[in-house]
Unconditional design. Structure first.
Length: 216
């Protein structure tokens, strides 16, 4: 059993990570701006108020945890744009203050900077709306920052090109910087199976200090 704190626990991806972790017997702390928005209930769930953009709040939420998940900016719309890269810096600053006692960071990333089979990046595809491109590039900026960090244990998990609520199959494939796609070329994963991949990585670390991706 691990102690896991989740920033953005009331979002689409964050709430799925909370449910998946609880289902496996972990102790979970949901860190949100408004605790009243958390509807999940479990003896193993603690809800606390916190701000991912405040390093002191990150420090407080992370103390005593085994893993810290940041699901902020995980795909809930353009309102997260101004949060994604600054959140990465705040998370690292807050964790650094814990020194050797800092938990591992698992950050929800974006698919835009993944490489497609023809060598281009997902965000190079024609016709993408400006708001989506801005979010993709914000996630790319956050990843660029994480890649400069060597004194905090971090992992960034990019979803497939399409992620949406669906079924939990418990199955997925992984890659590092290349899009995971099916034989028909479609790249997708359900939110539920993405959450499985997050908790799998917490239980069996395989991507310390790097980005990886998952899909079907």
């Amino acid at each position: 059993m691990s102690k896991i704190a989740v920033f953005g626990a009331n979002g689409t991806i964050g709430s799925a990570v909370v449910r998946e972790a609880l289902s496996r017997g972990h102790q979970v702390t949901a860190v949100v701006r408004d605790p009243a928005k958390i509807t999940e209930s479990s003896p193993a769930l603690t809800v606390t108020q916190g701000d991912v953009l405040d390093p002191a709040s990150v420090h407080a939420a992370a103390a005593g945890q085994d893993a810290l998940v940041s699901a902020v900016g995980g795909g809930d719309g353009p309102g997260h744009l101004a949060t994604i890269e600054p959140a990465a810096r705040s998370l690292v600053t807050g964790l650094r203050a814990l020194g050797d006692q800092a938990p591992r960071l698992i950050a929800v990333g974006g698919a835009g900077s993944l490489r497609t089979p023809d060598g281009t990046l997902v965000w190079d595809a024609p016709g993408l709306p400006d708001w989506l491109l801005q979010i993709m590039h914000a996630h790319g900026d956050a990843l660029d920052y994480y890649r400069t960090v060597s004194d905090v244990a971090w992992t960034s998990l990019s979803p497939a090109a399409l992620i949406e609520p669906g079924d939990r199959t418990g199955s997925y494939r992984t890659a590092q910087d290349d899009v995971v796609a099916a034989a028909d070329g479609n790249s997708k994963i359900s939110v539920e199976d993405y959450a499985v991949a997050v908790v799998d990585e917490i239980e069996r670390p395989a991507h310390l200090g790097e980005r990886f991706t998952c899909g079907y």
